[in-house]
Design a protein around this ligand. Structure first.
Ligand code: ZN
Length: 149
């Protein structure tokens, strides 16, 4: 996800999504989202803080985490636990997502799989387990790192 047009189109969708839920993409939340998008849509909170400090020298970690938390609540950003990164992911809400995380280059591919979601829900019901989260992460090698590309 690069380029001004892609960023602007993401921000328009983000504005619309926030408005739909009665929230607002404040300048600070928007800035964190823009920084994330300018990093190719995925980065660590630490790197985002560094980037933010290049613009606003007094930016604190809590500014970043609060903004990321809000963006995650809006479904605009996901946390990838395996790599401790945050990922702009605004297209789909309420669908189970499988993150395929490359353990060599750290790239993340997102796959939506309805059959897998149903299977996991069934397994959770059987175990009387209440699922809180919409992602599954699996690790391995991406196409280029595995030499297949
Ligand atoms: Zn890779």
């Amino acid at each position: 996800m690069t380029g001004i047009r892609a960023t602007n189109s993401f921000l328009r969708r983000a504005d619309a999504r926030c408005a739909l839920h009665g929230h607002r993409l404040t300048p600070q939340r928007r800035q964190v989202l823009v920084l994330l998008l300018s990093r190719g849509g995925r980065d660590t909170a630490y790197q985002l803080l560094e980037d933010m400090r290049a613009v606003r020298t007094n930016a604190a970690p809590s500014n970043i985490y609060r903004a990321l938390h809000f963006l995650m609540e809006q479904g605009l950003v996901r946390r990838v636990a395996t790599t401790s990164t945050f990922m702009a992911c605004g297209d789909v809400v309420g669908q189970h997502e499988v993150f395929m995380v490359c353990k060599r280059c750290g790239s993340v591919s997102v796959v939506h799989d309805e059959a897998l979601r149903r299977t996991l829900e069934g397994a959770a019901r059987t175990a009387h387990f209440v699922v809180d989260g919409q992602e599954t992460e699996i690790r391995g090698l991406c196409e280029s790192c595995s030499g297949a590309g």
